[in-house]
Design a protein around this ligand. Structure first.
Ligand SMILES: [Fe+2]
Ligand SMILES: [Fe+2]
Length: 359
C-alpha cells in the first residue's frame, strides 16, 4: 500500500477523532480517555509441544503448528500490543526443544512476549533452562490500566518432585502423560500464593486483573490433571476484585466457566487437541457446565481444534477470538446480562454446527 496515502488516511482518522472529542462535555471526554486505557488486544499462543527426535530433527507437525501461529500473529491488523505464550513450548523439557521453540518464537514481530511455564517445560530440570530464556517463573506487570499476573501453576508436592523418581527424565515422562496414574496434581504452592497476595495489595479493586496460568486454577478433572490442587486458595486471593479473568492453556480445547467474580477461559494448542473428558473418561461430565464443546470430528484428526487467539479486555472481562486452523473460528466473551462467558455464536443450541467430516 502507498505509504503517503496511508498516513493521510490515518491523519484524517485522528483529526476526526479529535474533532469529535472536542465537541463532548468534559465528563464525557474523561470517560472516553478512561475507556481507551483498556482499548488494546494481545495475542495468545500455547502448547506447541516442540519435540526433539535426534540431531537436528524435530516432529514436523508440531513445528508447523507453531510456525503457522507465529506467521499469522505477525499479520494482524490492528497489531496487538504483545504476545503471551501459554506453556508447554517443549514436549520433554529438553534444551534442544526449548532452544528450537525459542528460535521460532523469536520470529514474532513484537517487542514483548510473555511466557508461562508448562509441565512439559518444567519437570526435566525444574525450569532452570527455561528461566535462562524467559526469566522468572512467575511475575506481574501493568498495561494500559489492566494488571497482568503470570503464575507457574504446574508445581506439585516436594516428595513427588524430589524423592520418587530415579532420574530427571523419568520424572518428566511420568508427568507428561495425560492419564498417567503416576502423575501428581498441579498446584501454585504457598510461596507463590504469598507472592500473589503481596502483589495484589497494590492493585485497586476496580482494576481489571488477568491471570495467565498453564493449568486451569479450577478443579475440572483430576484424572487428566485438568486440575489445580490449591485452586480454592488462589481464587480466594482474587475474590476481592471486581473484574478477574483467568486464562489457561494445558487442556488443548475450548473451556469456559464462571466461579463468583472470576471468569475462566482456556486457549487452544498449536500441536494437537485433547478429547473432552465427558466423551472419553466414561464418567460423569467433568466439563464446566457453561462450556459448549467444539464440533470435533474424532481424536485422530488433530487440526480441527488447533489454533491461536486474539484477546481483548475492553470491558474488564476477556473476549477471546479463537483462530482455528481447520474449523470455524469462534469468540467466547463475557456477557454482562448473564454474568458469565459465552460463545457468541454457538451458545444457543439451535445455532450449533455439526462435527467436522474427514476429507
Ligand atoms: Fe499441553
Ligand atoms: Fe500442559
Amino acid at each position: 500500500m502507498n505509504k503517503s496515502r496511508m498516513s493521510r488516511r490515518d491523519f484524517l482518522k485522528s483529526a476526526g477523532a479529535l474533532a469529535a472529542v472536542s465537541c463532548l462535555p468534559v465528563s464525557m471526554v474523561e470517560l472516553a480517555f478512561a475507556d481507551s486505557r483498556k482499548n488494546f488486544s494481545f495475542a495468545h499462543i500455547s502448547d506447541s509441544h516442540i519435540q526433539h527426535i535426534s540431531g537436528t530433527k524435530f516432529v514436523r507437525n508440531w513445528d508447523r503448528g507453531l510456525i503457522r501461529a507465529v506467521a499469522e500473529t505477525n499479520l494482524l491488523v490492528p497489531k496487538p500490543d504483545f504476545v503471551v505464550f501459554g506453556g508447554d513450548l517443549a514436549q520433554l523439557g529438553k534444551k534442544e526443544e526449548l532452544d528450537h521453540g525459542a528460535e521460532m518464537l523469536s520470529k514474532l514481530d513484537y517487542n514483548k512476549v510473555y511466557c508461562v511455564m508448562g509441565e512439559h517445560d518444567y519437570y526435566l530440570d525444574l525450569g532452570d533452562y527455561w528461566s535462562k530464556l524467559y526469566g522468572p517463573h512467575y511475575y506481574s506487570w501493568d498495561h494500559k490500566g489492566v494488571h497482568f499476573v503470570t503464575l507457574n501453576s504446574v508445581i506439585t508436592y516436594d516428595k513427588w518432585t524430589y524423592e520418587r523418581w530415579p532420574t530427571a527424565m523419568q520424572r518428566m515422562v511420568e508427568m507428561a502423560g495425560l492419564d498417567n496414574p503416576n502423575g501428581s496434581p498441579f498446584m501454585v504452592g504457598e510461596k507463590q500464593r504469598d507472592w500473589l497476595r503481596k502483589d495484589l495489595e497494590k492493585v485497586k479493586k476496580d482494576t481489571p486483573i488477568v491471570v495467565f496460568s498453564h493449568s486451569p486454577i479450577q478443579k475440572i478433572y483430576k484424572g487428566w490433571n485438568f486440575w489445580t490442587e490449591d485452586a480454592d486458595e488462589v481464587q480466594a486471593l482474587l475474590k476481592p476484585f471486581n473484574d478477574v479473568n483467568v486464562i489457561y492453556g494445558h487442556v488443548h480445547q475450548v473451556q469456559y466457566n464462571q466461579i463468583g467474580n472470576i471468569s475462566f477461559q482456556s486457549v487452544m494448542a498449536t500441536a494437537w487437541p485433547w478429547p473432552y473428558p465427558e466423551t472419553y473418561a466414561q464418567a460423569e461430565s467433568h466439563l464446566p457446565k457453561l462450556t459448549v464443546p467444539m464440533n470435533r470430528a474424532d481424536p485422530f484428526f488433530e487440526r480441527d481444534a488447533t489454533g491461536w487467539q486474539v484477546i481483548n479486555v475492553e470491558t474488564g472481562r476477556a473476549a477471546i477470538k479463537y483462530n482455528l486452523y481447520n474449523n470455524t473460528n469462534r469468540t467466547v466473551a463475557f456477557n454482562p446480562k448473564t454474568g458469565h462467558p459465552e460463545d457468541i455464536a454457538f451458545q444457543n443450541p439451535a445455532r450449533r454446527i455439526p462435527p467436522q467430516t474427514h476429507y
